[in-house]
Design a protein around this ligand. Structure first.
Ligand code: ZN
Length: 114
């Protein structure tokens, strides 16, 4: 996925070998895991180990499951609406409601390209 397609306030993994960053900015490498805040123009607001960094909005990234420690067993949350998908840590990215909404959006995008 491109970074600009990712929902706000999520965790991402960098897939591109060479990421575009502004001159002098914190270096970002393939496989780095960042906290993605939001897109701001051509670039984004991300945090690598709590240090601000600006990754190009068109960077190829992987969306990671959202895991929260809830005083014990922990839970996996939906990346879009932040509802609890399940207790414990799973690889699920979205709840079924948001997943169906995203499928609809993608189908409509394909139709509008024809
Ligand atoms: Zn959801």
């Amino acid at each position: 996925m491109k970074l600009y397609e990712i929902p706000r306030n999520t965790r991402i993994k960098i897939l591109d070998e060479n990421s575009f960053i502004p001159p002098g900015a914190l270096l970002i490498e393939k496989g780095d895991i960042l906290a993605f805040s939001h897109i701001d123009g051509m670039y984004s607001v991300c945090y690598k180990n709590n240090i601000l960094c600006h990754l190009m909005a068109s960077t190829n990234v992987e969306l990671l499951p959202m895991h929260k420690f809830n005083n014990g067993i922990g839970a996996t949350l939906c990346n879009k609406c932040h509802a609890i998908i399940s207790t414990g840590f799973t690889n699920s990215l979205f709840c079924s409601k948001c997943f169906n909404e995203l499928l609809l959006i993608n189908e409509n995008k394909k139709k509008s390209k024809l």
